[in-house]
Design a protein around this ligand. Sequence first.
Ligand code: HAM
Length: 425
Amino acid sequence: MSIQIPRGTQDILPGEVEIWQYIEGVAKDVCRRYNYQEIRTPIFEHTDLFQRGVGDTTDIVQKEMYTFEDRGNRSLTLRPEGTAAVVRSYVEKKLFGQANQPTKLYYTGPMFRYERPQSGRMRQFVQFGVEALGSADPAIDAEVLALVMSIYAELGLKDIKLVLNSLGDKESRDAHRQALIDHFKPSISEFCQDCQSRLEKNPLRILDCKKDREHPLMKTAPSILEYLNEESKAYFEQVRAYLDQLNIPYVVDPTLVRGLDYYYHTAFEIMADGDGFGAITTLCGGGRYTGLVEQLGGPPTPGIGFAFSIERVIMALKAQSKEIPVETALDCYLVSLGDAAKEKSVELLYQLRAAGLCADKDYLDKKMKAQFKAADRLEARFTAILGDDELVQGLINVKNMETGEQKEVALDLFIDYMKQQNLGR
Ligand code: HAM
C-alpha cells in the first residue's frame, strides 16, 4: 500500500508554490519598509515554553499540541504559534539590551496544531507574523495594524474587516474576570464541561465557547469595555485615534476575546467579509501582551504582534478570484540537432544561466519537433537552435518566439546577444 500524506497537511506543488512565494515576498517587503527584521526560531521548543507562554487553560495547550519525548526524555513540542518562541529568544539572546528599541521582528514558518482539519484549518500551517517588543506607545499598536492592513492591500485583498477590542490592563481584566464569574456561576451547570472548568481558571474563555454560543447568559455577559479603568480607556482611545488618522477602518467588538492567554489592552482579528468564504473567516489575529516577557524570565517589557496563515490568505484571494502575478516563463530554450550540437548545448546552457538568464534544454533525446513543443509549453521567449552544421560554421539560430523573427548569431557572441535582449528577472 502506498503511503499517504498525514491528515491536515498539504503538499505545495510547482504551480501553487509561486503564489506562496508571491505572498511571502509582498509581506517581507512591507516589513522591510516598516523596519521589521526577520527572526528564525526552532520548529520545536521545550513544552514548558508554550504551557507558560500560551497558557495552561487554552485549547492550544490542552488539546492541540504535538508533544513528544526525545531520546533524552525531554518533553518537546512542535510550535503551535510564533509569539512564545520569539519572546523566548528575545529574553535568551538579550535583545532588550540592543541599542535600537523597540525590537521589531517578523517571522514566517510552519506551525502545528492538532485540530479537526477542514477548509482553512490545517494541522500544519504557515504563519506570517510580527512582534514589536519594548514600547507601550499606542502608536506602535497602530503601526502593527497598519503593517498588516498594508500587506492585505498590496495583495489586493478586498472585503476584509478589522475587528478591535481592548482587554484592558491587569486591574481592568481582574475586575471583568470577577464580574464574569458572578454572572455565570449561578447557572454554570447549564454549560458544557469545558466552560465549567473555565469558570474559575479563565472565565473570559467562556465567551469564546462554540457549544454554548446560544445560551441567553452569553448575550447579557458583562462587557470588558465597561470594566476598563481610566488608563486602559485612554490607551484604547489613543489607538483608535491613530487608526482614524491613518484612515484604517475598524469595528469595535467587545465580545472579541482571543484564544491565547497573554493579551492585555489591544486585541484584534481581521475577518474575511465577502461572499464565497467558508465557515472560517478569521484571517489574522493578534494583540498586545504585557506580562509575557517577564513570565518567560525577562525584564518587564510590553509587546504587540499579529500572525496570519498563508493558507487563509490564499483562500481569501481565491474566494474573490484574484489573479496573482506569477512569472514562470523561460528566457531561452536550447534546441539541438546532432551529437556534437547536443554536447555543445550543455556548455551554452551553463553560460546562459551564469549570465543570469532562465534557460533550459531537452534531456530525453527528443526529436527536434518535440523540442520545439517543449519550448512552447515552457513559454520560452527565445528558442536557440544549434545543429551540427551550424556548429562547424560557428553559428547559432535564435528565434524570438513573440515576434517570430529569426537571426543567425555568431556562436562566440551568442551569450552577449542574449544578454542584450532585456531578459532575466
Ligand atoms: P492565533 O489567533 O492562534 O494567534 O493564530 C493567528 C492566525 O493563524 C489565525 O488568524 C489564522 O490565520 C492562522 N491559524 C491558526 N490556526 C490555524 C490552522 N489550524 N490552520 C490554518 N491557519 C491557522 C496566534 O497564533 C498569535 N501568536 C498571534 C499573535 C502574534 N499575537 C501577538 N503576536
